[in-house]
Design a protein around this ligand. Structure first.
Ligand code: NDP
Length: 483
């Protein structure tokens, strides 16, 4: 067996074994081997991280914005300088193609730090003159204190830093936990933070299971805000635990996003983007358009062209540059996705392509699955209503704008929606009525970090991104002065 890579907790600027010396095995999705050990941190490890964060807070919260900005931008530059190393680690830990880690995950993590390093210097608050009353009001935006950040496995460093960067920029100190399924790049980030001169204790990273380490962060009475991205059931549980302590909560949860295609769209652009919005990152992106609705007049053509393109996607080892679809993140997740394909078959879904595990030569125990397209007759079947979070999409036809709008909105989720049309009037009508936090028209996952990001209904509470994130990580205090 190759040497075990040992992840450690990052507390007060130093790397520590878990206090009770308990470890969890870390699997490589590409070959199914255990390749590392992760701390199975206890409540006491979380407490040590909290103490470090609490001690760092008085100084960090008073550090000038220019200095915070300088450090955040330095972290961004160091991530860029270490692109290859981080991309390899992300790909090995998660199973995603190295090309994706290199072009999306790590560059975006670097952008998160650069963006919030700049944004904090532009963050301002309101002031109102109370005319005729000889009074003026101004609002202070003060950091909260010690905050908790908990992130999932699908875009590990990308989503971890999407929380950490604004929290630090706003002057908070952090106890953070990445998913135990993908801890490696969060571990490497500690070194980068030290090199960039981030003062010890500002960021503390504790590894372990959600149900123990994550739970200890949420239960901690003095961790005053929790920023969480993950599944809807976990989000509901966290909300229940946090509510009696009146914690501030930001919850970015699951999705079952509609991709609505009208006959008047730019067909080739739509087709290429739809392949990407269906299967990027093995379909394990909360924003993937997993329910495809196609206007009846182009349905047959779309079905033929789409299936042909999907069959051309290359499933393979994540480290090959020509791999389009890598490995799913874990064995239990692969089994969950397969179980949904079986549910779809029982519901009379027609498998147009895919549906089977793939054996990649030399990596027979890896978690590979064919990209799968299922034709359904009704939008109400489980495969069309429940989040699969894998390389599986459904397609079905529609006749009118009213019908498709009804079907698009008839799920419990409301994260994002994609619309393909060249009609301006339809765009405006539908964008107004789609129940989603984000609507993309004639594109998918085009991000501008200044925009609000989040969902409605069971897809979450609150918004991240731009000044929304800085507002979440600060408390507003109004001061009224009579003169
Ligand atoms: P989970 O909800 O299982 O886990 C998310 C994080 O929460 C992990 O770090 C997990 O730890 C931790 N966790 C689990 N239980 C608890 C608990 N009781 N208390 C505190 N923390 C806990 O989600 P997945 O990691 O499986 O991620 C996939 C889900 O994330 C999908 O539903 C997807 O849609 C959603 N997601 C939403 C996004 C959005 O922006 N709306 C973006 C990306 C994903 P551990 O993994 O170690 O158990």
């Amino acid at each position: 067996m190759t040497k075990m890579e040992k992840v450690k907790n990052y507390i007060n600027g130093k790397f520590h074994n878990p206090l009770q010396d308990n470890w969890i095995e870390n699997y490589c999705p590409a070959n199914g081997d255990v390749y590392g050990l992760i701390p199975n941190s206890s409540k006491d490890d979380v407490e040590n991280a909290y103490i470090a964060a609490k001690s760092a807070f008085p100084t960090w919260s008073q550090t000038t914005l220019e200095e915070r900005s300088r450090i955040l931008i330095k972290i961004s530059e160091l991530l860029e300088a270490n692109l290859q190393r981080f991309a390899e680690a992300e790909s090995k830990d998660n199973g995603k193609p190295i090309s994706l880690a290199k072009s999306v995950d790590i560059p975006r993590a670097a952008s998160n730090f650069r963006f919030f390093g700049n944004a904090i210097t532009q963050f301002s608050s309101e002031s109102y003159e109370s005319v005729g009353k000889n009074a003026v009001n101004y609002t202070l935006r003060q950091p909260i204190g010690v905050v908790g950040c908990i992130s999932p496995w699908n875009l590990p460093l990308y989503l971890f830093t999407w929380k950490i960067a604004p929290a630090i920029a706003a002057g908070n100190c952090i106890v953070a936990k990445p998913s135990e399924v993908t801890p490696m790049t969060a571990f490497l980030l500690g070194e980068i933070c030290n090199e960039a001169g981030l003062p010890k204790g500002v960021l503390n990273i504790v590894h372990g299971l959600g149900t123990s380490t994550g739970q200890a962060i949420v239960e901690h009475p003095d961790i005053k805000a929790i920023s969480f991205t993950g599944g809807t059931a976990t989000g509901a549980h966290i909300a229940k635990v946090a509510a009696p302590m009146f914690k501030k909560l930001s919850l970015e949860l699951g999705g079952k996003n509609p991709n609505i295609i009208f006959a008047d769209c730019d067909y080739d652009d739509m087709l290429n983007t739809t392949v990407r919005s269906s299967f990027a990152n093995q379909g394990q992106i909360c924003l993937c358009g997993s329910r495809i609705f196609v206007e009846a007049s182009i349905y047959d053509k779309f079905k033929t062209d789409f299936v042909k393109k999907v069959k051309q996607l290359k499933v393979g080892h994540p480290s090959n540059n020509d791999t389009n679809i890598g490995a799913l993140v874990s064995k239990p997740h692969l089994e969950k996705v397969m179980s949904y394909i079986n549910i779809a078959k029982k519901e009379n879904g027609k498998i147009l392509c895919g549906g089977n595990k793939v054996t990649v030569k030399g990596f027979e125990n890896g978690y590979y699955l064919e990209p799968t397209v299922i034709e359904v007759q009704t939008d109400e079947c489980r495969i069309n209503q429940e989040e699969v979070f894998g390389p599986v999409v459904t397609i079905m036809t529609f006749n009118t704008e009213e019908d498709v709008l009804k079907m698009a909105n008839k799920v419990k989720y409301g994260l994002s929606a994609t619309l393909w049309t060249n009609s301006l009037k339809r765009t405006m009508r539908m964008s107004n009525q789609l129940q989603a936090g984000i609507v993309w028209v004639n594109t998918w996952m085009m991000r501008d970090l200044r925009t609000p990001f989040g969902g409605v209904k069971a897809s979450g509470v609150g918004r991240e991104g731009g000044f929304e994130a800085l507002r979440f990580f600060t408390e507003a205090k109004n001061v009224c002065i009579k003169y």
